[in-house]
Ligand binder design. Structure first.
Ligand code: IFM
Length: 442
């Protein structure tokens, strides 16, 4: 059981506890009901792109097992479920609507409604239809307008039945892993492309907000951003750590909150900057009702030659999870209080937080001791951030269950529920049972 001080807001009945997933990572059924291919199907087929060339063809087979998975969610006693809608299931290459795709999410939403579980749907969690990538993907400004059309379809169909609409999940990853360092689909490693993709993604977000407001008046609308706070390795690295924050954190949040990109980063990368108009910035900074924040770790930064060049330092005397990320709950607290000081934030939801551990089922149980400690310490940071004045309204564990961890394939397990990929058997881990007990004790 996770424990907080007795007067903690985390015990409030309206503080939302949830679990999160994403379409490509869990659904499988990539060839079912006329889903069209996504950039991740293509990327996974490229030798060397993904660990052991794993792919999302079957994943957790949630497309077929969703009813069992939703029962599991209800059994945990969580208040909310965050999942994503797969664009390739909804809009066909010729622009027509695939009703079978809408029907699938209708079944999921109806089951959640029956169970009285609050629904947060992410409209884009990285599975861009391949036919759009064939026309330039996020390098093509037109993709932002295609996204708006897709959002119109989904939100006019589901309206207020979805309580929270998140436009994009982690545009940093879509833009910088997808187009700047090439670690994610579509696998382009080019600085200029990274910034171009970023701008088009943020534009897509901004275009979607008024559509969501029109179609789902009573729902809340926002975006999910991922942040990794940058700590200086020593005193002389304070300035470069700050620059790294500007480049990776503020580059994504400042345009949304204030309608501008951080000037210093803009000037530094001036040669690779896309055309950025005042009109675009006005669209991007459309008012949002909530900000989703994903955080897992921190980075430690040192100088690398002349300012502002920097490099990441891997400290040796720190605890790490299976994926190699440092466990740093203070980083989450610092991130939340720093952002709260820098911006006038809307209500915040921690939309992802969690740990990858190398779990094994032994005698029908999974003792994921490190993940339990991780949740305890990070939830305590959330509690402290609230005490320091950050308006945090909810927390989602990443993830409900082990799933396809992008370029790491199925090697990295982030679930609070174990998945046996051979049999599709689900086994709640000790961390899940601790959530269940905590939630029941409120
Ligand atoms: O699995 C991912 C998720 O899709 C996006 N945020 C980070 C998680 C862990 O890497």
């Amino acid at each position: 059981m996770y424990r907080f001080p007795e007067d903690s807001k985390l015990y409030d009945p309206d503080f939302l506890f949830g679990v999160a997933t994403a379409s490509y990572q869990i659904e499988g059924a990539t060839n079912v009901d006329d889903r069209c291919p996504s950039i991740w199907d293509t990327f996974c087929a490229k030798p060397g792109a993904v660990y052991k060339q794993h792919n999302g063809d079957v994943a957790c087979d949630h497309y077929h097992l969703y009813q069992d998975d939703l029962n599991l969610i209800a059994d945990l006693g969580v208040d909310a479920y965050r999942f994503s809608i797969a664009w390739p299931r909804i809009i066909r290459p010729d622009g027509t609507i695939n009703q079978k795709g809408l029907d699938f999410y209708d079944r999921v939403i109806s089951a959640l409604e029956e169970k009285n579980i609050t629904i947060m749907a992410t409209l884009y969690h990285w599975d861009l239809p391949q036919y759009l990538d064939d026309q330039g993907g996020w390098l093509n400004r037109e993709t932002a307008y295609k996204f708006a059309e897709y959002v119109e379809v989904v939100s006019s169909y589901f309206g207020d039945r979805i309580d929270f609409y998140a436009t994009l999940n982690e545009p940093w990853c879509s833009a910088f892993h997808g187009y700047r360092d090439g670690k994610h689909a579509p696998g382009i490693a080019d600085e200029k492309s990274g910034y171009q993709a970023c701008h088009n993604l943020l534009l897509a977000h901004g275009l979607a907000i008024p559509i969501l407001r029109k179609n789902a008046e009573n729902s809340k609308h926002g975006i999910v951003l991922n942040f990794t706070p940058n700590y200086p390795a020593n005193e002389s690295a304070i300035d470069v750590a700050d620059f790294a924050d500007q480049e990776h954190t503020h580059w994504f949040i400042k345009p949304i909150m204030e309608g501008k990109y951080p000037e210093e980063v803009y000037q530094h990368y001036i040669d690779v900057m896309p055309l950025i108009s005042e009109e675009d910035m006005a669209v991007i900074s459309a008012e949002i009702d909530f900000l989703g924040i994903n955080n897992y770790t921190r980075s430690v930064i040192d100088k690398d030659g002349q300012y502002p060049n920097y490099k990441k330092v891997e400290l040796s005397d720190v605890e790490r999870t299976h994926i190699g990320w440092e466990v740093c709950p203070e980083g989450l607290l610092k991130l939340l209080t720093d952002l709260n000081q820098a911006y006038s934030l809307p209500p915040v939801y921690i939309t992802e937080n969690g740990a990858a551990t190398d779990d094994k089922v032994i005698d029908g149980a999974v003792d994921d001791e490190q993940r339990c400690r991780y949740y305890q310490s990070h939830l305590s940071s959330v509690d402290q951030a609230i005490r320091k004045g950050v308006d945090i309204r909810g927390y989602f564990a990443w993830s409900l269950m082990d799933n396809f961890e992008w370029s790491e394939g199925y090697k990295m397990r982030f679930g609070i529920v174990h998945v046996d990929y051979e049999t599709q058997e689900r086994t709640p881990k000790r961390s899940a049972l601790a959530f269940k007990e905590t939630l029941a004790s409120r």
